[in-house]
Ligand binder design. Structure first.
Ligand SMILES: [Fe+2]
Length: 178
């Protein structure tokens, strides 16, 4: 049985010339956005995984850091999905998002360094997807979505910067469990 999809009804807005059909942006949701949403959904889950799995000398900092990152990513998922609905399209299902996500699922790391390295590599992937989503929205004359993608890519760029600098310092991240 197919799931319910809200009809994609063109918005009616008042103009000086009477009612005018404002066509929803045609291309951002059913492709580029699905990938961007999927990568961020997995990214959120990964950060929570690292948050729960953190150990060692930097436990407090990394435990809190990963939780803050997860929270920031969750906000971007919700806002962009609602933006997609706002412009008359249909956000992807959970399964659709997981099927197209391009980031690595966390779970096989054995050291804190490996977790941070994986988190940084995934952050770079999310950044690339968000930049692609912004370009697609621009190509479809959708400045509102461009604005959101431009704002959210900075969230991921900041996270990648922090993870990169944690790895550069390396303090306490090389040891495994005793
Ligand atoms: Fe927690």
């Amino acid at each position: 049985m197919g799931r319910h999809r809200a009809p994609s009804v063109p918005l009616k807005v008042a103009t000086g010339h009477g009612l005018h059909a404002a066509r929803p942006s045609p291309g951002i949701a059913r492709g580029t956005h699905d990938v961007a949403a999927g990568t961020r959904l997995v990214s959120h889950g990964n950060y929570k995984h690292y948050h729960w799995q953190t150990y060692g000398p930097l436990f407090r900092d990394l435990h809190k850091l990963f939780d803050e990152f997860a929270h920031a990513v969750r906000e971007t998922i919700d806002e962009l999905a609602e933006r997609v609905r706002m412009i008359g399209q249909d956000p992807p299902t959970l399964k659709e998002m997981l099927d197209v996500a391009t980031v690595t699922l966390a779970g096989s790391q054995t050291t804190m360094r490996e977790m941070v390295e994986e988190a940084r590599a995934n952050a770079l992937i999310v950044i690339a997807e968000m930049r692609r989503a912004a370009r697609t929205a621009e190509e479809h004359d959708d400045p509102g979505t461009v604005d959101l993608c431009s704002k959210f890519v900075q969230v991921h760029e900041k996270q990648e910067w922090w993870l990169r600098d944690i790895l550069r310092n390396g303090d306490g991240l090389t040891g495994g469990p005793a």
